[in-house]
Ligand binder design. Structure first.
Ligand code: GLU
Length: 543
């Protein structure tokens, strides 16, 4: 039996031919230099921060070259699939303003002409290409599990090695026509495997945009292309899809580098040209022992992109932070362009400097503080409310009812030339400003200061003046003098023993009485918003 007949026998139920398929997926009409990228996650769980890192690169490459960024769900392994995972992925992308140019939302919409965008719906396509490879003698059926009473390839190989056959090739590639026909008649399940041309010994040079030329072991494995349920493996499916969907740049994790030679061999067997590949480094975290290990689903809350949504991080902050991880020039650029949109940063997705990026939440918080400090009070209010509606329902009614008051609170130290940089996520706002909503539950005061603290508060009852900032501070100074505190810092430093402290200490006492904390945004603004009555009420709780 020749290969053509063999292919006919194995794929007698195929509905599509390669020619028909190629016609359905014409070359994309894009301008010169436009790149097509894809995010191709397996829907096995939540969206990982490493996946989102790749999306930033994907999207920048497509956007800045005038190309296309599409989403392809690689759901051929039904055993590992988690229901709802593809929805989480799309929702995450939307939240960040990264809605792909092409994607499919099951039962809702398909955007784009190159679908289906779920691999599980492309079975006929993979079968057509598998048939073609069998026809061309580049692939063969493997009946391993059921043949010769052997359980798997490993066992079969061991037997071959015992017989002195050391070539790392699948024995099924040598089945006789009669054997195949017989197995087939017996309805023995079979997989389709690549007839690898390599021997797995030599080295080949492969290209990666980020790492340059890499020398790596060639492929020698007769790898599975279609499993016995006729679902494709990742290696086979992605090669076909990237070809048909016109992908020009594959951005994926560096864990794929070892199987890159196999992928190249599959592309060659199929007669496809190779897209560019960018293998991105994994994102690490510094551990307590000082070591670096990759961010892990099991131990790191930040591995799951939903963590940032729940905490109320600004999407822009995440994008900026991860862009900064991808390209180390970001920080200087941001310094020189404090108000520019992150999209203006010259990052085309290819100029990645990341080596072993380390995720540092403190850095993310700083970036986030910076962004939020530039928002108006109204913007903050809208974002806080939107966050509460999604994640903190118990606060919505209050936020809506007392909008004016909340706006005043949010405006403390805001909308000025040098706004205070303190808020970095919406979930912290109500706690952070708890003293604006109720009296402090505890006071940051040392026992040694207790007497002076109470003395200041007692006296302030008759000195409070909230007319304006000058009057407010003027009367604090008057009171400080009366009580024996210095109002001139130089004088205080020269003759500390002559004073009970300086006026700054007096302000600290007042701040602690009103807010509970030694540190807070502008105390005059806080007192003014609370109003004279409330401030006095708070003082009366203490003295
Ligand atoms: N489905 C693969 C994964 O989730 C994608 C790798 C790729 O982007 O090609 O790891």
């Amino acid at each position: 039996m020749d290969n053509k007949k063999l292919a006919e026998m194995l794929f007698k139920d195929n509905k599509l031919s390669v020619e028909e398929i190629e016609k359905k997926y014409p070359k994309r009409k894009l301008s010169a230099g436009a790149e097509v990228t894809r995010f191709a996650p397996s829907p096995t769980g939540f969206m990982h921060i490493g996946g989102f890192f790749q999306c930033i690169i994907d999207r920048n490459i497509a956007k800045k070259s005038g190309g296309v960024f599409y989403l392809r769900i690689e759901d051929t392994d039904k055993k590992r699939e988690l229901i709802g995972a593809s929805t989480i992925i799309l929702e995450t992308l939307r939240r960040y303003g990264y809605t792909p140019d092409e994607y499919e939302e099951k039962g809702v919409r398909v955007v784009g002409e190159y679908g289906p965008y779920f691999q599980s719906e492309r079975e006929e396509i993979y079968k057509a290409y598998a048939k073609k490879l069998v026809e061309e003698g580049k692939a063969f059926p493997c009946f391993c599990r059921k043949t010769e009473g052997l359980n798997d390839v490993k066992e079969k190989r061991e037997k071959m090695f015992a017989l002195g056959i050391t070539e790392d090739k699948d024995p099924c590639r040598n089945l006789t026509v009669e054997q195949i026909e017989e197995y087939f008649k017996d309805n023995k399940p079979f997989a389709i495997k690549l007839k690898s041309k390599g021997n797995g010994q030599g080295k080949i040079k492969v290209n990666d945009v980020l790492k340059g030329e890499i020398e790596i072991q060639e492929n020698g494995e007769d790898a599975v292309l279609l499993k016995s349920d006729f679902m494709p493996t990742y290696a086979f499916a992605h090669a076909i899809d990237d070809h048909l969907m016109g992908t020009t740049v594959v951005v994926r994790g560096e864990e794929w580098i070892p199987s890159y030679p196999l992928h190249i061999e599959i592309h060659e067997a199929l007669g496809f040209s190779l897209p560019k590949y960018i293998h991105t480094p994994l994102i690490n975290k510094i551990r307590e022992n000082g070591g670096k290990t990759k961010i892990s689903k099991r131990i790191d809350a930040e591995a799951d992109m939903r963590f940032f949504a729940k905490e109320g991080y600004e999407p822009k902050a995440l994008i900026e932070y991860l862009t900064n991880l991808a390209n180390s020039n970001f920080e200087i650029w941001r310094k020189n362009n404090p108000n520019a949109d992150v999209d203006e940063f010259p990052f085309d997705g290819f100029n990645i400097t990341a080596n072993r990026p380390v995720f540092d939440i403190v850095k993310l918080n700083d970036i986030s503080k910076d962004i939020i400090s530039r928002y108006s009070a109204e913007t903050c209010y809208q974002k806080l409310l939107a966050w509460a509606k999604e994640f903190s329902g118990e606060n919505v009614a209050y936020l809506e009812k007392d909008k004016d008051y909340v706006l005043k609170v949010l405006n403390i130290d805001r909308e000025k030339e040098k706004p205070r940089k303190d808020i970095f996520k919406w979930s912290m706002v109500l706690d952070y400003y708890d003293y604006m909503f109720s009296a402090p539950k505890s006071y940051q005061i040392e026992e040694a200061d207790r007497k002076r603290f109470e003395e200041v508060l007692r006296s302030y009852k008759s000195h409070i003046n909230l007319t304006d900032k000058d009057a407010w501070f003027g009367s604090i100074k008057d009171m400080a003098k009366e009580l024996g505190y210095a109002t001139d810092n130089k004088e205080y430093k020269l003759n500390k023993e002559k004073f009970k402290g300086n006026v700054a200490k007096v302000c600290e006492f007042l701040r602690v009485a009103v807010t509970g904390h030694k540190d807070s945004p502008d105390l005059f603004e806080i007192m003014s918003i609370l109003g004279k009555e409330k401030v006095l009420e708070r003082i009366s709780l203490i003295v």
